[in-house]
Design a protein around this ligand. Structure first.
Ligand code: CAA
Length: 258
């Protein structure tokens, strides 16, 4: 892969989008390689948590590649939107947590990519926005769907209609990001969260994500039924026995992922 750097260590995968000269804009090659990369991560049992970031000082991802967009006709643009939605859905439905470490501009498709991740942490230098209306477009990688779910319809509508950028501090205020850090502390903060998740029972983490993600799209009653089913399923695993015993015996649990 040329446009994606993938580093694995100690059950953590660090994925870096690497087109710094184009502010990591998502062209066809980035999408193909991002897709490949997340297929690999889905199949790799040694990876428990993923951190996703952008290369260089300036950008997480500055959006879809505008030079490529300029060449598209109606049908090609629709297919491009659907492909982007599919790849981002694969990230959202990965069975391991993906933490976006947003190091700079997260605009258009870049903001949509960050929103497909499970947790967002931003550097003070990060800027968020959906500027597509200024290009005569609308967000095409599920931004019109994920943003209202994350921050509420009113604030999402303002961002989508004005296309204006917001600061990292404002993104934290509206719930678009969970934490804001100094630029040099960003990866450290993301890794500390990854370490905390890695120390927990892997099957519990996986089922908790499923309960939140799937339950979010269900009505309350179905969501609770789904939660109870997963709760019951976990109770039969070795790790649940170990976690409960360890608490009673006042020691650290030794989870095996079974
Ligand atoms: N696509 C392609 N190239 C891009 C790009 C993009 N989205 N964003 C930046 N670049 C390129 C620039 O063309 C420039 O390349 P050259 O040096 O070859 O000219 C290089 O990256 C550096 O960018 P700037 O010189 O513009 O840097 P700046 O500091 O002056 O401005 C910026 C930074 C405000 C992020 C500005 O680059 C910008 O506004 N980028 C576009 C942001 C945008 O509109 N994103 C939405 C894209 S549409 C979309 O994403 C659709 C969708 O949902 C499916």
């Amino acid at each position: 892969m040329e446009t994606i750097l993938l580093e694995k260590r100690d059950r953590l995968a660090l994925v870096t989008i690497n087109r710094p000269k184009a502010l990591n804009a998502l062209n066809n090659q980035v999408f193909e390689e991002l897709d490949l990369c997340f297929r690999d991560l889905a199949d790799d049992d040694d990876v428990a948590v993923v951190i996703l970031t952008g290369s260089g000082e300036k950008a997480f991802v500055a959006g879809a590649d505008i030079k490529e967009l300029a060449t598209l006709d109606t049908m090609a643009a629709r297919l491009l939107s659907q492909r982007g939605q599919r790849v981002f859905n694969a990230i959202e439905s990965l069975s391991k947590p993906v933490i976006a470490a947003v190091n700079g501009f997260a605009l258009g498709g870049g903001c949509e990519l960050a929103m497909a991740c499970h947790v967002r942490i931003a550097s003070e230098k990060a800027r968020f926005g959906l500027p597509e209306v200024g290009l005569g477009l609308i967000p095409g990688y599920a931004g019109t769907q994920r943003l209202p779910r994350l921050v509420g319809k009113g604030i999402a509508m303002e961002m989508v209609l004005s296309g204006e950028m917001i600061s990292a501090a404002r993104a934290a205020e509206i719930g678009l990001v969970n934490h804001v850090t100094a630029p040099e502390a960003l990866l450290e903060k993301a890794e500390a969260l990854a370490d905390s998740i890695k120390s927990k029972a892997p099957l519990a983490v996986r089922h908790a994500m499923e309960a939140v993600n799937r339950g979010f799209e269900m009505n309350r009653e179905d969501g609770e039924r789904f939660e109870a089913a997963l709760f019951g399923l976990l109770a039969g695993t070795e790790d649940t026995g170990e976690g409960l015993r360890a608490f009673i015996e006042k020691r650290k649990p030794d989870f095996k992922g079974r």
